[in-house]
Design a protein around this ligand. Sequence first.
Ligand SMILES: *Cc1c(COP(=O)(O)O)cnc(C)c1O
Length: 370
Amino acid sequence: MVMKNENPYLLLTPGPLSTTPSVKRVMLRDWCTWDDDYNVGVVQVIREKLVRLATANPANYTAVLMQGSGTFSVESVIGSAIPEEGKLLVLANGAYGQRLAKIADRLRIPLRVEDSGETSPPDVAALERTLREDPDITHVALVHGETTTGMLNPLTEVAAAVKAAGRVLIVDAMCTFGGVPLDVDQLGIDFIISSANKCIQGVPGFGFIVAQRDALAAIEGRARSLSLDLFDQWKTMEEGKGKWRYTSPTHTVRAFAQALAELEDEGGIEARFQRYTQNQKVLSEGMAELGFRGLLPAATQSPIITAFHFPDSPDFEFKRFYALLKERGFVIYPGKVTDLNTFRIGTIGDVDEKAIENLLKAIKECRYWV
Ligand SMILES: *Cc1c(COP(=O)(O)O)cnc(C)c1O
């Protein structure tokens, strides 16, 4: 059966994003959460594939799936990993870094936040100093791709500093996992978090954590929440061979399995990274030609999402621009930077260079303020 893509417009957003018709089509079937067809045939396959996507050396890692949007998985890790006598250092440079801090604050976890400002990457020398001077810090958390600005943070350098100082490393790789190559074992990442509806190109409904096995074994009994207890979720999944503790989003999970198969068909993470990188290149070059200024320099710009300054015109209004583009079949994203007027365009999902070229043509037509 060939099904037409029913989307009235393309989502150029950081997730939920445009998915393929085939990912949507596999959701037409219902699943029993007690049956091996689902647990062994779908969930366990996903868990194993996620670990292999995360590292070329999978023996020391395992994957846990968690109900909810990505933030639930982040909260699950922060709320479960840090012991009562522990302290979390958060490296923040945007809304998602600040959310890591907010979660810890809400859970009354001792916290230190180093905020480098929304347009600057974290200062690794300052991090090394902080870790030397503050022995109470047991865990460090950062966002890999900060969706607020589109910045790709220096994960390799941060990870090296955290590991050299013997601390546990938590990475929110929500909008990069599956779209930007990395190796958790090589980097020494203890917990990495992402969700179904970002670069793997599934639909929303759950997140996942790839965890270092010893680091995970160490957190038993620490959770500050029942439903978000990472250790218990893992134990049930491991011992029950794909069993979730509570009702899982079965259709979403099945769609995710299809999305993983399509990632393999595309040629894996490296090929997807190349496609996203090409999308972003075509976008940033085309936007520059149309007179838009990008927020970030190329050195820190990720291929995931790009922030642009509002045009220098008193007539420009984002809402009107958005509506005109939507009429032409493209949905873009509002800005999130605190002190600057920006809007954002995502380059992930079932989107290719041709689609970005069509977007640029539409943007050219929509510049009513020029
Ligand atoms: C999308 C995203 C999240 C999670 O957001 P949800 O709305 O809870 O799915 C967390 N961190 C980053 C960097 C993200 O891009």
